[in-house]
Design a protein around this ligand. Sequence first.
Ligand code: GRF
Length: 208
Amino acid sequence: MNIAVFASGGGSNFQAIIDAAQRKELAAHLSLLVGNNSKAKAFERARAANIPTLHISPSHFDTEEQYLETLLATLAEHSVDMIILAGYMKMLPPGLVQAFPNRILNIHPSLLPAFGGKGMYGMRIHEAVLAYGAKISGITVHLVDEEYDHGLILCQRPVPVEEGDDAETLAARVLKMEHDTLWRLANGLANGTITVSGKVVSGVSNAL
Ligand code: GRF
């Protein structure tokens, strides 16, 4: 299984995936990092781990078709079977979603469908959780479809909101859970422990 990770920012989830692969606990090959911001720390992490990179943004192209063609060609060049969105801020072109059915994962730092959707990213999510007075937050790993934070949910894990939390302390607790989860889901899909049939997902607890 060849995996491409898409990341726009710090890439701490990407690093957790790299670390799991280096420990040989993730039985898959990290073939490519795709990012829209060449200054993102995720690129440094890829270079340090000898993972090829693609810096690409829709604004580099005249048409969405050209953007999609380049993305698909590069993924094919690296024989990519699965895509993991790990803090990727751009909407994927529909043609890419269609080319990888049930093979694109996203991680979101709340219990979807709460605190998700367009405009819900970064600290805004944790601020909204706190403003609502929610007592439990958490993480969601889901398949990607053509809407923000909308595809079939594979896994959710709760994280408590503690008294005195601010967005930063809550985000840090949630992020820790993210780091322990995303690569395990990818591994489960790669080795067949996790299966998806229609809307039925099996094997997740065995993969965690
Ligand atoms: C994570 O909280 C992830 O759930 C969200 O974006 C953040 C990325 O963090 N989609 P990092 O770049 O992996 O550190």
